[in-house]
Design a protein around this ligand. Structure first.
Ligand SMILES: Cc1cc2nc3c(=O)[nH]c(=O)nc-3n(C[C@H](O)[C@H](O)[C@H](O)COP(=O)(O)OP(=O)(O)OC[C@H]3O[C@@H](n4cnc5c(N)ncnc54)[C@H](O)[C@@H]3O)c2cc1C
Length: 351
């Protein structure tokens, strides 16, 4: 079987990539901790810079990169398949290295409708050891058909292994519709995790901005819960964007964090704010961040939520001076199998 070698310059390490394999897949197989999120080529979390060699994109196209970025040597490692030996500049996420990836059964211990279209699930390990993970990581729910659906773990690790998910109902969505209609306490979900690299980096004392859209609050809640146990030595400001006030599920907990912890601040931003409700700020959440902080050069910024927020935010924040390597995000894209079908359908419509 033909294979290529890839030199990861950030950590001065080498990986072997099998024929047809993506660089990211090979890296994860060999316990390298490259950053990634959507695994579909859309979000750009796994972006690296190609110093030498050639890649192809036989699966999904590298949608997160503009033609100029591709010409400048940027590569998306979740989709890039080497056509030669490569040299790639990318920084690994040391914190996640060594945490075992496992499949396990979780029993639905509780369900609570948190908002009109958000279901909170409390899951306990079913006759197995708890899942080890870092706050901010996600898991895949494994479906009978071999497909998988990603959900962020919404709580910091607990000794009983309880895992909380916040599942937004997607209209026409195979799994999330089922959560609202068929799932019952006592049911078992097979999951694989932990996944993702959206975890707090310990290498900075800069002030921190957290930006969540909708259920993008879930991984941020897990990260903040860890800080409630071990307060950070820096100021943390959360901006949570939603459509209307009732979408800000669990807001009373967030208000309590802000009241009780001087290092934590909170701002809610509603895109469909009613004119007579002055408790909230109106507009788009990433624009509110920019209004308050037109120069982001001295911040670190973590953001999670729908792809439209991530796409708008990652360009606007870098344009406002945030160094790209201090912007961390999880983009809540649909699963790779669905995105691949949508891309094929679009290509069929525009041959
Ligand atoms: C890292 C990560 C973390 C995430 N965390 C969360 C979280 O904490 N909470 C949360 O709510 N969400 C989260 N998401 C998003 C979540 O994974 C998706 O919303 C979920 O996968 C939808 O699954 P589904 O089976 O219900 O919908 P799917 O069946 O995947 O369908 C999605 C949409 O695509 C349409 N569709 C499906 N197949 C086709 C096709 N062949 N052609 C045309 N249209 C099609 C469906 O009608 C539907 O509208 C996360 C995503 C990622 C990548």
């Amino acid at each position: 079987m033909s294979r290529h070698r890839v030199h990861l310059i950030g950590s001065d390490s080498w990986i072997d990539v099998a024929s047809g394999e993506t660089v990211l897949h090979a890296a994860r197989r060999q316990d390298r901790a490259l950053p990634y999120s959507c695994l579909s080529g859309r979000c750009g979390s796994c972006r690296g810079h190609l110093i030498a060699g050639q890649v192809s994109y036989p699966y999904n196209p590298p949608q997160a990169l503009s033609p100029d970025e591709l010409r400048a040597g940027e590569v998306l490692l979740c989709q890039a398949v080497p056509q030669s030996d490569l040299e790639v500049a990318i920084r690994e996420v040391d914190a996640i290295r060594g945490i075992p990836l496992r499949q396990l059964d979780l029993r639905v211990a509780g369900m609570a409708q948190l908002a009109e279209d958000v279901m909170g699930l409390s899951l306990l390990p079913h006759e197995q050891a708890p899942l080890a993970y870092l706050p901010g990581q996600y898991l895949d729910v494994l479906l009978a058909s071999g497909r998988r659906r990603a959900f962020s773990i919404a709580n910091a690790p607990r000794s009983d292994g309880m895992i909380e998910l916040h599942v937004r109902r997607v209209s026409g969505g195979g799994f999330t519709e089922q959560v609202f209609s068929d799932l019952r306490p006592g049911d078992i979900l097979r999951v694989e995790g932990p996944l993702g690299t959206f975890v707090a980096r310990a290498d900075s004392d800069r002030p921190l901005l957290l930006v969540a859209g909708g259920t993008g609050f879930a991984p941020i809640k897990a990260i903040v819960e860890r800080w409630l146990e071990q307060p950070p030595a820096r100021r943390v400001q959360l901006y949570w964007g939603a459509r209307v006030a009732t979408d800000l599920y669990l807001e009373s907990a967030v208000a309590r964090w802000a009241n009780e912890h001087p290092w934590f601040g909170y701002q809610a931003v509603l895109s469909e704010q009613s004119p007579d409700d002055t408790r909230y700020r109106g507009g788009l959440v990433h624009q509110a961040v920019l209004e308050d902080h037109p120069d982001l050069a001295s911040f670190d910024l973590y953001m999670s939520g729908p792809p439209a927020l991530i796409e708008a935010g990652r360009h606007a924040f870098v344009d406002a001076g945030l160094p790209a390597d201090r912007l961390y995000y999880d983009s809540f894209d649909y699963a790779p199998d669905v995105l691949a079908s949508l891309i094929r359908a679009r290509q069929g419509a525009n041959p």
